[in-house]
Design a protein around this ligand. Structure first.
Ligand SMILES: [Zn+2]
Length: 340
C-alpha cells in the first residue's frame, strides 16, 4: 500500500508539472504560502473538502474538527484548532474561515462549532462560511449564523462546488496544516486526515477534551475489522532540493521567535517532544520534522482505543508509518523506521 501511495504521488506531480495552472502553483509554493482561506474540516472530510471547493495547492490552511463532535472552544482544542488558527493570522489576505458539516450533522453541533470560531481572537474578524455538504453529490448549502458573514464570499464558494472522489476511510493521514501540502491519495480514494501544525498530535489526557474526542474517534474507527486500517504520519519539508521547510518545524527550532499564547505553547511542546527523539540538535527543519513525526506516533499509542486495537492485533506491518513529503511537489517517500 505504501508503495502504491508513493507511486500515485509521483504520477500526480508529473501531471501537475504538465498543466500550466498547477505548475504555476508549484512555482509559487517554492517561495512560500499565502492562503486566502482557513478550512476547519471534520477528520473524515478533510481531503474531500479540497476537491469539493476545487481548491488547489496553496489555497487553504487547515484545522481539524473530530467528526461527529462540535468544534471545541479554542482553549479546549489547542492542537486541532487554536494553534493552526493562530498561525493563519500572519497571512496577508484572509478571505474566509470555512466550516464544513455532514448532511446529517446536528444543529447543536453546528451552532456550537460556529460559536467556537467566534471565540478565537485571531479569526473572529474574518467572515465565517458554514456549509452543510452532501458529499455524494457534491452539493452544499450555506448555513445562516449571527456572526460575521460575507455574502459575496459565500456565493463565490457555492459557485465552486464540485463532487469529490470517494472517501477511503481505511486510511488516516496525519499531516501539517500548511496550505501547500495536500493529503496523498490512496488507490482506494481520498483519505481521512488530521491537519495540525507540524503534523503533531498530542498524547492522550482524560482531562483534555480534544484528546477525549480523538479517543472516541479512534474507538469507533478501530472497533471492528482493523486489517485494512492504517495511520500514516506525513511530515513535510524540502526533501527534493527546492523550496520550503515546514514552518512549524522551523519555528520549533527557534521557539523564542514565536509570539501569541496559543502558538507559543504548541511550538514549545513540539520542540520539547521532538528532543526526546533526537540524539543531537537537528541541523535542518527536515531532520526536526522526522522527530516530530516520531513523537506523534508515540503519542497516538497512548490513546486507550489505539492500545486496545494494537492488543487485538491491529499492529500489522503497515499500521503506523511515517512518510516524507516534499512541500513543493507533494511527492512522498517512506521514512525507514523501527517496526512497531
Ligand atoms: Zn508544516
Amino acid at each position: 500500500m505504501i508503495g502504491k501511495i508513493t507511486k500515485l504521488s509521483i504520477e500526480s506531480a508529473e501531471e501537475s508539472r504538465k498543466n500550466p495552472e498547477t505548475a504555476e502553483r508549484m512555482a509559487a509554493a517554492e517561495k512560500g504560502q499565502a492562503p486566502r482561506f482557513l478550512i476547519i474540516s471534520p477528520i473524515h472530510r478533510s481531503s474531500q473538502d479540497i476537491q469539493l471547493l476545487r481548491f488547489g495547492q496553496g489555497d487553504a490552511f487547515h484545522a481539524t474538527r473530530v467528526s461527529g463532535f462540535p468544534l471545541l472552544p479554542p482553549d479546549s482544542s489547542t492542537h486541532l484548532f487554536a494553534a493552526p488558527a493562530a498561525y493563519n493570522r500572519q497571512f496577508p489576505e484572509k478571505t474566509g474561515v470555512i466550516l464544513t458539516f455532514d448532511i446529517d450533522e446536528s444543529q447543536e453541533n453546528i451552532l456550537a462549532s460556529i460559536e467556537s470560531v467566534s471565540q478565537h481572537p485571531d479569526i473572529d474578524d474574518i467572515p465565517t462560511i458554514a456549509l452543510r455538504v452532501d458529499y455524494e453529490n457534491g452539493r452544499a448549502r450555506v448555513l445562516p449564523h449571527r456572526f460575521g458573514r460575507a455574502y459575496e464570499v459565500e456565493n463565490y464558494i457555492l459557485k465552486r462546488l464540485s463532487r469529490p472522489d470517494v472517501l477511503d476511510d481505511d486510511t488516516l493521514i496525519i499531516i501539517c496544516s500548511d496550505s501547500r501540502v495536500i493529503p496523498p491519495t490512496t488507490p482506494n480514494g481520498l483519505p481521512m486526515a488530521i491537519q495540525t501544525l507540524g503534523a503533531h498530535v498530542p498524547h492522550y489526557d482524560m482531562n483534555i477534551e480534544e484528546t477525549v474526542q480523538l479517543n472516541e474517534f479512534f474507538k469507533e474507527w478501530l472497533s471492528n475489522e482493523t486489517v485494512e486500517r492504517r495511520i500514516i504520519v506525513v511530515v513535510h519539508g524540502n526533501f527534493e532540493g527546492d523550496g520550503h521547510s515546514c514552518g512549524a518545524g522551523y519555528a520549533s527550532l527557534h521557539p523564542e521567535t514565536i509570539n501569541g499564547s496559543y502558538l507559543e505553547s504548541i511550538i514549545e511542546e513540539l520542540n520539547h517532544e521532538a528532543e526526546m527523539f533526537e540524539s543531537h540538535k537537528p541541523e535542518s527543519p527536515e531532520e526536526r520534522v522526522i522527530a516530530i513525526g516520531n513523537a506523534t506516533l508515540s503519542n497516538i499509542k497512548t490513546y486507550p482505543a489505539v492500545q486496545d486495537a494494537i492488543q487485538r492485533g491491529a499492529a500489522h506491518d503497515e499500521f503506523m508509518r511515517i512518510l516524507e513529503m516534499d512541500t513543493v511537489t507533494n511527492v512522498v517517500s517512506p521514512y525507514d523506521m523501527e517496526p512497531l
